[in-house]
Structure formats: C-alpha cells, structure tokens
Design a binder for this molecule. Structure first.
Ligand SMILES: [Fe+2]
Ligand SMILES: [Fe+2]
Length: 242
C-alpha cells in the first residue's frame, strides 16, 4: 500500500473512510442487540450472522489499515471511545430491543431481514460511490473486494426478507411501521450528525447522488409491502444534502 504515500487520499475521503470503519467495527455491538430477539432461534439466520460479523469486522480492519497509512490513529482505544460516547441509550438498547422484538415474536425476523437488506444496499452503494469519487487504484481494489462481500450479505437478507414478508401480512405491517419510524442511514445511530452529513454530502450530493438514492429506494419498493417509503431520499433531505 505504499502508493498511498505517493498518492494520498483526499481529506474528505479519509473522513468518509473513518466513518465507514467505525460503523463496520460496531457490527459486533449490533449483533449483541440482534441476538436478544427471536432471530437467535433460527439456525440459518445465526449461521449467516456469524459469518457476517466476521466479514464486517474484516472490513473495519482493512479500512483502519488505510487510515493508519495516512497517519490517522485507529485501534482498540479509538473503538472504546466510539462505544463509550454512546452512553445510556447504548446500554439500554438490548433491553429495549429484546422487549419489543419478543412481544412481536417470529414476525420480527422479517423486519430484521428487511432492515439488514436495506443497510447492505446502502453499504454497497456507499463503497461504489467512494470508488468513483476518489478514483485511486489501491483504494478501488480494496473497496471492490469489500463491496463484493456486501453483495453476498444483500443476497441473504433480501431473500430471507422477501420470503418472510410474503408469507405474513402482520410481518409486512410491522416491517413497514418499524422502517418508517425507526430507520436511519447506516451509522446514524452511532456517529455524530456532522459526520453523517459529511458522509452523505460527499457520497450523495448533487444530481447523481440523488439518482443513486432513488435506485436504493426502488430496491426497497420491491420488498413485499414496503412500497413508497423513500427512506434514503428522506435521509438526504433530513441532513440537508438534497
Ligand atoms: Fe461491511
Ligand atoms: Fe455487509
């Protein structure tokens, strides 16, 4: 990766990569909140989550390596700081999630899978946008490999979500309600609003960014019972990007 010394990444790209790395590294904490729900009882889902957690951890590690090459400190101390700044809401998250999800029961798994599919579409799109905007040969190769794994994550979540939403009207209603009330762009629950805004502006500013957001929203529209939510577009408006 010595090319980074001769041809370093832009400050905006590095700030964006820091965001992505913090979010990827947080996956094990997201997993904590998911294993207290009915999803833990489904063996296919838990096998997937095990691999997913490992791959997302690897994404964080690789991005950290890129950041380190640019003199940006990463590692356990940084990760500890990211986790501790979340405070009480983070400590209560597994309790809240467990109560809500277990009240809903088996149908909760469909919401989990739909939410996962949407987040993975967003992750894949964000890496693809970053490849395009930075156009750096080494970064492109790294992000292509990561995006390939995000595609596999999409495949699992999407097929599970479709099947589960298709077979239960209650699951479709709950997913729609949860997504419209609770979904925010990937990382927005753990990253400061200024970082979310920077990431969205850098990757989705302008006409092309809006067109990309519409592409993700169209994929969400194809999930049973989730038409017209316009989740990604609404986030761009919320953060003043569009
Ligand atoms: Fe990832
Ligand atoms: Fe992923």
């Amino acid at each position: 990766m010595s090319l980074f010394e001769r041809q370093p990444l832009s400050d905006s790209a590095l700030r964006c990569l820091s965001y992505m790395s913090d979010v990827e590294t947080h996956t094990v904490c997201y997993l904590r909140d998911l294993l207290v729900t009915p999803s833990h009882a489904d063996p296919e889902v838990t096998v997937f989550l095990t691999m997913w957690n490992l791959e997302e951890y690897w994404h964080g590690e690789v991005l950290d390596e890129v950041l380190e090459r640019h003199g940006i400190r990463t590692g356990p101390e940084h990760t500890r700081a990211v986790r501790s700044r979340l405070g009480r809401s983070d400590r209560l998250a597994p309790i809240r999630q467990s109560l809500l999800a277990n009240l809903i029961g088996e149908d909760f798994v469909a919401t989990h899978m739909a939410w996962g599919a949407i987040n993975e579409w967003c992750a894949h799109s964000a890496y693809t946008r970053l490849i395009r905007s930075e156009n750096h040969p080494v970064l492109t190769e790294i992000l292509r490999r990561i995006a390939k794994q995000e595609t596999r994550h999409v495949a699992f979540y999407n097929s599970q979500a479709r099947e589960r939403l298709q077979r239960s009207k209650k699951a479709r209603r709950i997913a729609r309600l949860a997504l419209s009330l609770g979904w925010g762009i990937v990382g927005s629950t753990i990253m400061p609003p200024a970082e979310v805004k920077h990431m969205l502006t850098y990757l989705y500013g302008g006409e092309h960014g809006l067109a990309e957001a519409h592409k993700i929203d169209a994929k969400i529209d194809a999930l049973p019972g989730q038409q017209g939510l316009r989740l990604v577009e609404k986030e761009l408006v919320k953060y003043g990007v569009q």
